[in-house]
Design a protein around this ligand. Structure first.
Ligand code: GSH
Length: 227
């Protein structure tokens, strides 16, 4: 039995939760609040001090990208070809790196200041704008519609989809769905991923934060030139 432990939010764990579901194995989704996290840390249950972790029959694994590769392999979606697998990993790392821009804004106490700092990142030429343009280019240059031009979905697609769209759920002050109007290719990728049967089935529920992963979630924000 595999058990993933994280906060309730998608954050660093959503991609691995989805892969565990795809694997068809029995798995448990354990969620903790800040007190629960602190307790685990004090009790020495977090080898590197962070969540998520996954408890496996053989021991604990930490670091979200390690979890993603492991659960992606359990799901049987890792490319067999080594070069392709490395290209998938390359995208996973690049997408992960975008968090570096965003995370410092969590420490800004003043709400207006926090919103302003995030707005700058999403303005033309800002770090998140460039990141979203970069995924858009990857989508446009793909020969198959999947980010690493593979025949089927890989962990790069899951990471690209979830890490990108989770930002717009309303969970992060100042980051609003309207910001997506500038990225039609990204919205096309959203349509592909959210309508994939595996993704569609997983989000066939009424979770309030995870509306961003459902088909049609951003239909209101598709620009008219794009229809
Ligand atoms: N590099 C870690 C980072 C994980 C991380 O930052 N987790 C946050 C929750 S989103 C955490 O545990 N924060 C507790 C803290 O910063 O004290 C990973 O990718 O798993």
């Amino acid at each position: 039995m595999h058990e993933i432990v994280y906060f309730d939010s998608p954050g660093f764990a959503e991609v691995s939760r989805f892969c565990l579901e795809l694997s068809g194995l029995e798995w448990k989704n354990t969620t903790v609040d800040w007190d629960g996290y602190t307790k685990m840390k004090e009790q020495g249950e977090l080898p590197w001090g962070y969540l998520p972790i996954i408890r496996t029959p053989e021991g604990v694994i930490c670091e979200s990208n390690a979890l993603l590769r492991y659960t992606g392999a359990l799901a049987g979606i890792e490319p067999k070809d080594l070069f392709t697998r490395a290209k998938v990993d390359e995208l996973v790392e690049v997408i992960n790196g975008w968090r570096q821009h965003f995370i410092p804004t969590f420490a800004i106490d003043d709400l207006d200041e926090k919103i302003a700092a995030r707005q700058v990142m999403f303005d033309d030429g800002g770090k998140m704008d460039l990141a979203l343009k970069a995924v858009s280019d990857i989508v446009e240059n793909s020969t198959t519609g999947w980010l690493a031009s593979t025949d089927d979905m890989t962990i790069a697609d899951i990471k690209g989809f979830m890490d990108t769209f989770m930002m717009f759920s309303g969970q992060f002050d100042g980051v609003v769905p309207e910001m997506l109007v500038k990225y039609p290719a990204l919205l096309a990728f959203h349509e592909k991923m959210s309508n994939d049967e595996r993704v569609k089935n997983y989000y066939n529920n009424d979770d309030e934060i995870r509306w961003v992963f459902r088909p049609g979630a951003f239909d209101d924000f598709k620009s008219s030139d794009n229809i």
